[in-house]
Design a protein around this ligand. Structure first.
Ligand code: ZN
Length: 344
C-alpha cells in the first residue's frame, strides 16, 4: 500500500510501504477513509534530523474496520470508526479515570514504532479501548467535524477543561491554529462569556469570531499581555488556553491569567521551564494540561457534532489525496492552509 513517509525535515514522500497486518489478538486493521495533517506534524517537518529513522506520519483518522484480532469485542468488520491520536486499553488505572494518554499499555501513532494514518490503511493496537464506532456512513457530510474528534477538537476541549472554563468565565486562547480555533469552540460550549483570541491571521480570526471569539489581540509579547489585560478590566482572564507550545506563548499565557485563574497547556512544549514562578505562585494560578485524552471526550462531544451545535470541521480549508500530502505539509508550514484533510 501507499503512505506518507517523513525522512527528514522538509522531506515527506509518498512511498510503497508494507501492508499492515494483525500482529496481536487485540489489533484491528482499518482502511483509512479520512486522515489529516496536524500542527504537531510540523515540528518534525521543521527539525527532524537526517539519520533519524523514517516514519509513516499521521495520528488522526476515520476509517472502516477491515479485520479484527481474535480478542476484539467492541468493533467489527465494516464499522466506521474514529481513531484518537493515542491508543489505549480503556481498562487500566489511568484509562478508568479518563486519562487515556497515560494508559500503561498505550502509545501514540505516527512514529518509527507505530506507523501512522497518512496511508491507505493502519494497524490499530488495543482496538477495543482505542476505536470508537460512529453512527454514520463512511461518506457522511459530517466527516470533517467527526474527524476532529481524533485530535484537535478533543485537544481544544482539554485545554478548556484543564484551564477550568466555567459559565460566565473570561477566557483567552493563545494561538489561532486548528487547536486554538477548536479551543474557542470548547470555551464557548462550556459557557465562557468573553473569549479573547491571541492570533494574527485574518482568515483564522474570521473563523474564530464565527466560533465565538469576542475579542482579538494580534500583538505579541509584552504588547499582547498589556492588550489582553486592558480587555479584562486590568486583571487578566480566568482561563488561558495555551495552544502553541513555544516559550513566547507560554510566557504570554501565564502573564494574562488573573489571580485564582488557570492555564491549560495543550501545545507540545518547546521550552524547558514554565516561566513566571513568582507571579503564578503569589497569584495562586493553576497550571495544567498535557496530551488530551481525546478518547475520553468523544462521548461528550459527539452528540454536539451530530446535531450541528458545533462545527469544528470548518478548520479544514484544504482537501488532498495521498499524492497531495507533501504539498499539504508545505502549505500548513507556510500558513497557507489552516488544516489539511487527507482522503487516501
Ligand atoms: Zn489504559
Amino acid at each position: 500500500m501507499r503512505g506518507a513517509v517523513m525522512h527528514a525535515a522538509g522531506d515527506v514522500r509518498i512511498e510503497s510501504i508494507p501492508d499492515p497486518e494483525i500482529q496481536q489478538p487485540s489489533d484491528a486493521l482499518v482502511r483509512v477513509t479520512r486522515a489529516c495533517i496536524c500542527g504537531s506534524d510540523l515540528w518534525p517537518y521543521k527539525d527532524l534530523a537526517p539519520g533519524e529513522p523514517p516514519r509513516v506520519m499521521g495520528h488522526e483518522a476515520i476509517g472502516v474496520v477491515e479485520a479484527v484480532g481474535a480478542d476484539v469485542r467492541t468493533v467489527k468488520t465494516g464499522d466506521v470508526v474514529v481513531m484518537p491520536f493515542a491508543f489505549s486499553d480503556g481498562t487500566c488505572e489511568f484509562c478508568e479515570h479518563g486519562l487515556h494518554t497515560a494508559c500503561i499499555h498505550g502509545g501514540f501513532f505516527g512514529n518509527p514504532e507505530v506507523p501512522g494514518a497518512q496511508a491507505e490503511a493502519i494497524r490499530v493496537p488495543l482496538a477495543d479501548g482505542t476505536l470508537y464506532p460512529l453512527p454514520v456512513g463512511e461518506d457522511d457530510a459530517l466527516m470533517p467535524s467527526l474527524l476532529t474528534l481524533s485530535d484537535v477538537m478533543g485537544t481544544g476541549h482539554h485545554a478548556a477543561v484543564s484551564a477550568r472554563v466555567r459559565p460566565g468565565a473570561r477566557v483567552a486562547v493563545v494561538g489561532d491554529g486548528a487547536v486554538g480555533l477548536c479551543a474557542v469552540i470548547a470555551a464557548k460550549r462550556l459557557g465562557a462569556e468573553q473569549i479573547v483570541l491571541l492570533g494574527r491571521h485574518a482568515d483564522r480570526i474570521a473563523l474564530a469570531r464565527d466560533f465565538g471569539a469576542t475579542d482579538v489581540v494580534p500583538e505579541r509579547g509584552q504588547e499582547a499581555i498589556e492588550r489582553a489585560k486592558e480587555l479584562t478590566d486590568g486583571y487578566g482572564v480566568h482561563a488561558v488556553l495555551e495552544c502553541v507550545g513555544t516559550e513566547d506563548a507560554v510566557l504570554t499565557a501565564v502573564a494574562i491569567a488573573r489571580p485564582g485563574g488557570a492555564v491549560g497547556r495543550v501545545g507540545v512544549p518547546h521550552y524547558d521551564a514554565i516561566p513566571q514562578a513568582q507571579p503564578t505562585f503569589y497569584g495562586n494560578i493553576g497550571i495544567g494540561g498535557g496530551p488530551a485524552p481525546a478518547r475520553a471526550y468523544i462521548d461528550e462531544l459527539l452528540p454536539d457534532i451530530l446535531d450541528g451545535t458545533i462545527e469544528p470541521g470548518r478548520v479544514f480549508d484544504r482537501v488532498v489525496d495521498l499524492d497531495g500530502v507533501p504539498d499539504g505539509y508545505r502549505a500548513m508550514d507556510e500558513r497557507e492552509a489552516i488544516k489539511v484533510l487527507v482522503q487516501p
